[in-house]
Design a protein around this ligand. Structure first.
Ligand SMILES: [Zn+2]
Ligand SMILES: [Zn+2]
Length: 246
């Protein structure tokens, strides 16, 4: 069931993959990311545990086009909700099997966390996605006209169209898979770091994109994988640079 991680901000999904909902009062709710396809089964129950229904949701904003973040996009679109995605990830979202990474993901299969994650994705329908619905394009620097008025920052590297969404009134930065807070080997909680080269399209570009987070004042960093980080964007970026990319 969903947990409230900040006033008005809910984390849902599983221990493997997060999606979020941001309550903006009378303006309605903005959802960030759409989990794996199988999460559709629990969607209405998760929303009810936050006190919402699908009709309260005005927009679904996808941080990037990977299947573990767009799996319920078709369900949302079928409910009449506008889905947003950076255009550089549109082809990837429509054809998950075209995903390319720095290094073969297979090289990481000896790590327990990789095994567990792949098994989870298989159970949750990663090979049986629904067709990706049409999306509205996110643009770097825009203030999105959806509840919470998040600022969009394009941070290519993990994928070509990865974006960070900062909700100023909530003090929340949704970083997608630019940063995660899981140890890639063990799957245990860890300081913010880049995803592995087996998951990133181009890790050097992802590392360079951290620069684009300079000046973000959000105290809470909400990643696609792992728990929230409450020590600010700047410290999250510093730990990611220190840890480097595996
Ligand atoms: Zn991803
Ligand atoms: Zn992911």
């Amino acid at each position: 069931m969903a947990t409230q991680v900040l006033p008005g901000v809910w984390s849902a999904g599983t221990r493997y993959v997060n999606w979020y909902a941001v309550d903006c009062g009378a303006d309605g709710v903005t959802v960030v990311d759409a989990g794996l396809p199988g999460y559709r089964r629990d969607l209405d129950r998760e929303l009810a545990s936050m006190g919402f229904a699908r009709a309260d949701v005005r927009a679904v904003v996808l941080t990037h086009g990977h299947i573990d973040h767009v799996g319920m996009a078709a369900a949302w679109a079928a409910s009449g909700v506008n889905v947003f995605l950076h255009p550089a990830d549109a082809a990837l979202a429509a054809a998950p099997k075209t995903n390319k990474t720095d290094r073969p993901a297979l090289a990481y299969l000896r790590w327990p966390a990789t095994w567990a994650f792949v098994g989870h994705c298989l159970r949750e329908g990663v090979l049986r996605p629904e067709p990706m619905p049409p999306t509205t394009a996110l643009a770097d620097g825009e203030i999105l006209p959806v509840p919470g008025a998040p600022t969009v920052t394009h941070v290519p590297g993990h994928t070509d169209g990865s974006c960070v969404l900062e909700f100023p009134a909530h003090g929340a930065a949704f970083v997608g898979d630019l940063l995660c807070t899981l140890d890639p080997k063990t799957g245990r909680p860890a300081d913010p770091q880049l995803q592995t080269r087996g998951s990133n399209r181009d890790s050097d570009t992802a590392m360079a994109s951290l620069e684009r987070l300079a000046g973000m004042t959000a105290r809470t960093v909400l990643p696609g994988h792992g728990r929230v980080w409450r020590d600010g964007v700047e410290a999250a970026v510093a730990t990611a640079r220190r840890i480097g990319c595996r």
